[in-house]
Every structure is written in C-alpha cells, then in structure tokens.
Design a protein around this ligand. Structure first.
Ligand SMILES: Cc1cc2nc3c(=O)[nH]c(=O)nc-3n(C[C@H](O)[C@H](O)[C@H](O)COP(=O)(O)OP(=O)(O)OC[C@H]3O[C@@H](n4cnc5c(N)ncnc54)[C@H](O)[C@@H]3O)c2cc1C
Length: 384
C-alpha cells in the first residue's frame, strides 16, 4: 500500500498513522511469536490479544466509551495488517471484534457494560455460533431452540464449525425462539457449554469446535434484540475477510519479488526469466484488483449505504485471488516454498478456509446474481 502513490493519496492521515503503528507493533510484539505458536499448535491466548488491543483491533469500531468510532475503512487497515502477519490471530481477533459489534448494536445497556470492556481489552475471547450440521449455506434452516422455563431459557441443539468454540469467554448463539431466529449472549464461565474440538487444515493457533447445547440453561436476559437476520450484520465479516485475504496475498507477493531477485539459477536471477515475470504480472494484477474490491466495499459501508453486492464481490474475488497468488508464490519459491521455512505453505493453508467460511464462493456468486437481477437463485432465503 505504502509503495503505491495512487493508493497513498486515498489514505487519509489517520489511516496512514494507524497502518504505521500497527505494522510496527505487530513486527515487534507479534511476529516473534508466530512460528512457535503455530508449530506447537498453541492457541492464541488473552496475552496475545491484549497486545493488539491498544491498536483498536477488537473494539475500534465501537462508539465511545468502548471504542473510537473508527470508520470501517480505517478499522479494516488493522484486519489487513493482521492478515499480513498471522492468519490465526486475524481470525481470533476478527471473530471477537464482530461479537463486540453485535453486542454493541443489539445488546441492552447492561449487556454492553458487562461484556464490552473485557472484549475490547483482549481479556475475553468470543465466538459466534450460527452454523449447524444441517444448516450451513442454508442459514435459515437452523434447528437449535430456546424454550422459556420461568426466568430461564433452555437451549437444545448443536452448533458446529464454530471459531474460538473452545477458548471463548463469551458466546453469541443463534437459536429458534418462538417462531423467530434470535441471538443469545452467554458467559461461558457462568454457563459452561460442552465443546467437541474439530481438527482442521490450517489456522493452527485458533480453535474450531462444536457446541453441544444439551439442556444448557441461560437467563432470559441473555436474549439480544430481535435483528438476528439483519443483512447488515453479515457485511462486516465478509469485507473483513476481503481485507485479510488482501493483506496475506500482498505480503506473499512482496516476499516473492525479493526472492526472485535474489535467487539465481542458470547463472541469472530468477527475476530475469520471462516466464517468471509473467507470473509476477499475474500476481500484481490480482493484488491491485483485490485492493479495489476491498476499498470500494469499505467506502460504501462508511457512507452507510447498502453494501451487500460490493461485499460479496470483494469476498468472492479476494479469497479466490489470494489463494491463486499464494500458490504462485509457493511455485516461484520452488522446493523452499513447500517447506515451513518461508511461511508460504502456512498462508496457503490459512487462506483455504476463506473461500468457505462467511458464505462459500458459490453462495457469493448467487448473491451477486441476485443483487444484479433481483431474482434469488439460492434455494432458500438464507444467503450466508
Ligand atoms: C475454518 C472455519 C471457521 C468457521 N467459523 C464459523 C463460525 O465462527 N461460526 C459459524 O457459525 N460458522 C462458521 N463456519 C462455518 C461456515 O460458515 C460454513 O462452513 C459455510 O457457511 C458453508 O456451510 P457448510 O460447511 O455447511 O457447506 P454446505 O452448505 O453443505 O455447502 C457445500 C457445498 O455446496 C454448495 N452449495 C450449498 N448450497 C448451494 C446452493 N444453493 N447453490 C449452489 N451451491 C450450493 C456450497 O457452495 C459448497 O460448495 C466456519 C467454517 C470454517 C471452515
């Protein structure tokens, strides 16, 4: 970003400063942890989250007194920078931040006072549990239920593929209550929920699991406002992922540029071969297009305009393009690209889930088609 004068003119002083401080802090405090945490499968803990909290990575979007009311386009600079450096931390932080946003938007004053300060400070990790074994792309097919029992709600059902399931202090869970889909906010210290861990391909320092809601009892006051299916709640996650993919792909591209200039074969730098330059051109095209898609979606969000179409375009394009860029980066690094030494194979494993989570690529193709034509080709009304 900083290398390109065009985009630099699009970046105001507050974004420039935030990017600079984020990059410095992440380099100094976070980069030294990455390899060891990932190698040992050590989960991101509160200590790590507390280090990035002062940047506003967990609550920067929230209004005072909890946050700095950052514009989306400024906040997403942090997600992009996290995407550059550590996929696991990006996913833990973005999930926690999105739960904080939901509580700020749909919570009562009491819920805000209780949950937001520790979430914003990095003292709490959060999870958002919507997906179920029979309700993935078909988001409105969820079956988990809340039944009223006096002043309590009794939850039943299973939530699966939940990021941070095993480490969360706060869980926001989607359930059916009466006829509506409602969100419930639960303190896991007060209401322990059994978790079945799920092993996965990447993001080795973030946990994924299944929440078993087998008669879990929560107070009725755990309900959030009745706007669980508001499309605007979906946009944040999608555009955040578009920025995360951009950060990771651009870092891989810059690493590749350095590599092909230094690495010599046949007595010449790799950079001097035409086929290598063609690869670099393809990568640069992709990264620049990624920035356009991400920035445009954030711009719409900042203006308070509907951004469903722009969010899906950014999410679809950037996640697919990032995988392609990182695959090319691995190829240009030869055998070293496949080793754990360069970090490219980790980027590839970490990026792979981004074309699936927050709506698969095909679901986003269908959302784009729906937004363009007004005709919904997704089988149900669910669009995530
Ligand atoms: C690492 C990771 C983290 C996640 N974190 C969370 C989380 O924190 N919280 C949460 O609630 N969920 C989370 N998820 C779940 C994620 O949102 C779902 O995996 C995703 O929405 C897809 O649902 P599914 O896995 O059931 O796939 P399915 O819906 O079964 O889809 C399978 C395939 O069928 C295709 N398909 C489905 N319907 C259609 C259609 N109408 N037309 C064309 N093709 C279709 C899909 O595109 C896909 O290719 C996570 C997933 C992963 C992998």
């Amino acid at each position: 970003m900083t290398r390109d004068p065009f985009w630099a003119t699009k970046e105001d002083e507050s974004r420039r400063l935030l990017r600079h401080s984020a990059r410095e802090l992440l380099k100094r405090e976070i980069a030294p942890l990455v390899s060891e945490y990932e190698r040992d499968g050590r989960m991101i803990d509160r200590e790590v989250l507390r280090r990035i909290a002062p940047l506003g990575a967990l609550g920067g979007l929230l209004p005072p007194p909890y946050g700095a009311n950052l514009p989306y386009s400024t906040y997403f600079v942090l997600i992009e920078e996290l995407g550059r450096i550590w996929g696991s931390l990006r996913t833990v932080a973005q999930t926690t931040a999105s739960v904080a946003n939901i509580i700020a938007e749909l919570g009562t004053d009491e819920q805000r006072r209780r949950y937001l300060p520790p979430l914003v400070a990095g003292d709490y990790i959060a999870c958002f549990a919507w997906t179920e074994p029979e309700a993935g792309s078909d988001t409105l097919a969820i079956m988990a239920r809340a039944e009223a029992d006096g002043e309590s709600l009794v939850l039943t059902g299973t939530k699966t593929l939940v990021t941070n399931a095993g480490s969360a202090d706060v869980a926001v869970i989607a359930v059916r209550f009466d006829t509506a889909i409602r969100l419930i906010v639960v303190s896991t210290a007060e209401t322990p929920i059994p978790v079945r861990p799920i092993a996965k391909m990447g993001l080795d320092s973030s946990d994924l699991g299944e929440l078993v809601l087998d008669g879990v009892r929560v107070p009725r006051t755990a309900l959030l406002a009745d706007r669980a299916t508001d499309p605007s709640l979906l946009v944040f996650g999608r555009v955040g992922i578009a920025f995360a993919a951009l950060g990771s792909a651009e870092a891989a591209f810059e690493q590749t540029l350095r590599w092909v200039r230094q690495r010599r074969q046949f007595g010449r730098p790799l950079a001097s071969f035409q086929l290598v330059q063609a690869e670099l051109a393809a990568m640069k095209l992709a990264v620049d297009a990624m920035r356009f898609f991400a920035e445009r979606a954030a711009w719409r969000m900042d203006r308070g305009e509907p951004a469903i179409l722009e969010a899906s375009l950014a999410k679809l394009h950037n996640t697919e393009a990032a995988l392609d860029v990182v695959a090319r980066a691995m190829q240009l690094a030869g055998g070293y690209g496949y080793t754990r030494d360069l970090g490219l194979e980790r980027r590839y494993r970490d990026l792979r889930h981004l074309t699936i989570g927050e709506g698969t690529s095909d679901i986003h193709r269908l959302i784009i088609g729906r937004e363009l034509t007004g005709v919904d080709a997704i089988a149900s009304e669910g669009d995530r």
